[in-house]
Write a protein that binds this ligand. Structure first.
Ligand SMILES: C[S@@+](CC[C@H](N)C(=O)[O-])C[C@H]1O[C@@H](n2cnc3c(N)ncnc32)[C@H](O)[C@@H]1O
Length: 259
């Protein structure tokens, strides 16, 4: 699952750092991925969010190294973040104006940031980093708790690619080259997915694996309903492409009622 695939090391399947999967080793190279920092990728996200937030304030769940938050702040939007990984936040802080963005360290499913916001956003498939339904529901409730009346929660996430999985199989290869092998391992009973990455370095294989919980658009709508929000818009991408039966992902916006 390439767009989801931010690998990290595991130790017998368990996370070994407080920073979660985005520890120092991952943070050190996160910004080296030119594709996700390409202005052609960033600009439509920033334009969409700036337009939604208007004169209000924005809160990013999983702000990371500020890939979206910094250019959004440069558009004049007041941005805050909640983030689990101190290593990722250290990279944000080291960038020009990065120290001006307030970040609360914690789990975005449960952690509170100061103030109320006109938009909360969670991009780049990061809802899938919450690996239980209960945690994903808690994330929606937490987003709603941070929104002012009429405010919006925005998620960018892939549509589960189960049509690529032959009946009875559990592995889908997403990369196969001389030096990189990538496989997604599906658990269709638990709605789980582990992305495995093997990198061949000097003839030796280094393994990285990261677990996700894939989630359907309709299930997200129900989570929003449980959190007191309703679907306002669903697009196939940040440029407001139509969402269709063949869309690989979606940008969805749920609204908190005006009261
Ligand atoms: C794929 S990165 C995206 C970072 C940034 N939003 C971007 O678009 O580049 C996911 C980020 O979410 C953070 N994260 C994952 N699960 C989290 C959780 N439960 N609570 C807080 N942060 C979390 C990770 O540490 C990482 O920085």
């Amino acid at each position: 699952m390439v767009p989801y695939a931010i690998p990290t090391h595991t130790d017998g399947g368990s996370i070994v750092h407080d920073d979660g999967y985005f520890d120092e080793r991952i943070a050190a190279t996160y910004d080296d991925d030119a594709a996700i920092f390409d202005p052609r990728v960033i600009d439509p996200v920033v334009d969409f969010l700036a337009n939604l937030v208007g004169q209000g304030r924005a809160l990013e769940f999983g702000i990371g190294t500020g890939r979206i938050a910094l250019p959004l702040a440069r558009q004049g939007v007041s941005v805050r973040g909640i983030e689990m990984s101190k290593a990722m936040v250290a990279r944000l802080r080291a960038k020009p104006s990065g120290a001006d963005i307030g970040v609360t360290i914690g789990d975005f499913a449960t952690t509170s940031a100061e103030g109320r916001f006109s938009a909360v956003y969670l991009v780049f498939n990061t809802i899938n980093n919450l690996t239980t339904q209960a945690a994903q529901v808690a994330c929606f409730r937490n987003a709603a708790a941070h929104l002012e009346p009429g405010g919006c929660f925005v998620i960018e996430v892939g549509v589960p690619a189960l049509q690529r999985l032959p009946p009875g199989e559990s592995i889908v290869a997403f990369r196969f080259s001389e030096t990189r092998w990538g496989m997604d391992e599906y658990d269709v009973v638990a709605q789980g997915l582990t992305s495995h990455h093997l990198t061949i370095i000097d003839g030796r294989a280094e393994r990285f694996s990261i677990p996700f919980r894939y989630v359907w658009p309709a299930e997200l709508d129900l989570m929003a309903q449980l959190a007191g929000m309703t679907l306002k818009e669903r697009w196939g991408g940040w440029r407001r492409e139509p969402f269709t039966s063949t869309s690989a992902g979606h940008v969805s916006v749920w609204e908190k009622p005006l009261e």
